[in-house]
Design a binder for this molecule. Structure first.
Ligand code: NAD
Length: 492
């Protein structure tokens, strides 16, 4: 049985559920290890507990997923029947949207004002449910010796490992295509923000998902490591830091199992010299600072034409100054706290190192005076930044943006590409055609001209140290299937 303690948050009486069990084989299985506290980034208080997960419990979860794949009905259902479950889960989450928004605010500090994140997360389910109607799970290809049936079979047992920064969205980005393909899954959530993930087990069960198809565990690195190494896991889908991604990729390489790695970023927004500050600054600031600066795709380097550097800097300062920092549960809040004290320390140390290297804090850089608890940091703009400095090369993962001058379009593209990462990017201009030409030259997994965003219908992923493989779109579904060619007997 799950432990259903109703723990009030520090200064909000809304209940947050604690767990002392993992969701394995369609039921709560009591965990052996001591519980892990989940802290509120707003107050620093413990708001709930989840189990730590032992290696033995990981093995149990894998065994449940293996059985459900090898013997259960799920992989054998028609895709359209699996899609029906995804649609029902989408409806269920929408009905609980405000509870999910609250959970994400409490555990990860994500402002409830970004409630689009719930509908965006749910759209992943509805998109794949719809795609089931047109995706070619099977096709016949003619050949000189007779027809060949090309079948896309589910890949098998999937380990889905997720970070803390957007727990619901990233989880559904993996679960929706994996389940539609007919795979079974062990979801390992981040111990920092596991609550929204843990809430999914019963929802999927109530919507008709058979036992063992989805298993949910928390746990630290050892739990993730066991998942990645286990011989009964057929595919790994990992989102997290580049450091961990390299370890995961190495193990998968040894095991020769496919892995999708969605890793860090240090994306560049190129502001061309014809851009109009009054049009671009607001969306650009959102592209750089949303989710408290804790999103892999954010535009953490803004490249400004040297001749208009001061003008754009002033406009950016004006706009960032207006961002409302506060309790993520307040509807007016735009920027919430960082995930933990340790993480805020890391971000502050990045700022100090940058200052030592010659960067100047043009705005922010400290802790907001109006917030007396939690892990808040002022939205920060740094100028006098050279792209070779650590602050321009390393992922900071906080509301800290570097402003870098460039000479001409070629220089801007060279600076944008002078990065170990290649996840996202944007170009801001009054001339869309020119913007498109510049966007084509940036080495990255996705980019935008006068807009920043992600769309579930198109492939998402990185190049270079930002990862391997693609999620979203039909490509995201491809990655949970494997093809088999069946050569049919020709005319006798
Ligand atoms: P992290 O790498 O520390 O952890 C990610 C997950 O991996 C967690 O569940 C963690 O418990 C688990 N893990 C840790 N060590 C492991 C190991 N040895 N084997 C298997 N699993 C292990 O990352 P984080 O700090 O939780 O998340 C922030 C990072 O995630 C940032 O670098 C950010 O850029 C990245 N991220 C990337 C994307 C993307 O789509 N590219 C999206 C969101 C976040």
């Amino acid at each position: 049985m799950s432990l259903v303690t109703m723990t009030p948050t520090a200064d909000d009486q809304s209940p947050v559920r604690s767990y002392d069990s993992n969701w394995i084989g369609g039921e709560w299985r009591a965990a052996a290890l001591p519980n892990t506290p989940v802290e509120s980034p707003h107050s620093g208080d413990i708001v709930a507990f989840v189990p730590d997960t032992s290696v033995d419990e990981i093995d149990l979860a894998i065994a449940a997923a293996r059985r459900a794949f090898d013997e259960g009905p799920w992989p054998r259902l028609a895709p359209i029947e699996r899609a029906e479950v995804l649609s029902q889960v989408a409806d269920s989450i929408i009905q609980s949207a405000s509870e999910f928004a609250h959970l994400l605010a409490v555990e990860a500090g994500i402002p409830v004002s970004g409630s689009a994140s719930i509908s965006g997360a749910v759209r992943r389910l509805t998109y794949y449910a719809e795609l089931a109607k047109t995706y070619q799970f099977e096709e016949v290809r003619p050949s000189s010796g007779g027809d060949i049936l090309v079948v896309r079979e589910p890949h098998g047992v999937v380990a889905a490992i997720v970070p803390w920064n957007a727990p619901l969205g990233i989880t559904l980005m993996k679960l929706a295509p994996a389940l539609l393909a007919g795979c079974t899954v062990i979801l390992k959530c981040s111990p920092e923000a596991p609550l929204a993930c843990f809430a999914l087990g019963e929802i999927f069960r109530d919507c008709g998902l058979p036992s063992g198809v989805l298993n949910i565990v928390a746990g630290h690195a050892a739990a993730g490591d066991q998942l990645v190494r286990h011989g009964d896991v057929d595919k790994v889908s990992f989102t997290g830091s580049t450091v961990t991604g390299r370890i995961v990729g190495e193990i998968c390489g040894q095991r020769l199992v496919p892995c999708t790695l969605e890793l860090g970023g240090k994306s560049a927004a190129i502001v061309l010299d014809d851009a109009d500050p009054s049009r671009i600054v607001e969306p650009l600031v959102a592209a750089a600072m949303s989710n408290n600066g804790q999103a892999c795709v954010l535009q953490s380097r803004i490249l400004l034409p040297r001749g208009r550097h001061n003008e754009f800097t002033d406009a950016l300062i004006d706009s960032v100054k207006k961002l409302r920092v506060g309790d993520p549960r307040e509807p007016a809040t735009q920027v919430g706290p960082l995930i933990s004290e340790a993480h805020r320390d890391r971000v502050e140390s990045h700022i100090r190192t940058a200052a030592t290297a010659g960067a100047r804090v043009a705005l922010g850089g400290g802790r907001p005076m109006n917030m007396h608890t939690g892990w808040y940091l002022e939205p920060t703009l740094l100028v006098n930044v050279d792209n070779r400095m650590a602050i321009a090369q390393e992922e900071v993962f906080g509301p800290v943006v570097t402003l870098i001058s460039y000479d001409d379009d070629d220089d801007a593209v060279a600076i944008a590409n002078d990065s170990a990462f290649g996840l996202s990017g944007t170009v801001w201009t009054n001339d869309d055609a020119r913007g498109l030409e510049v966007a084509r030259r940036v080495v990255t997994g996705s980019t935008g001209v006068n807009r920043f965003g992600m769309d579930i219908g198109v492939p998402f992923g990185g190049v270079k140290a930002s990862g391997i493989g693609r999620e979203q779109g039909p490509e995201g579904l491809d990655s949970y299937t494997r093809t088999k060619a069946i050569h049919l007997a020709g005319p006798q």
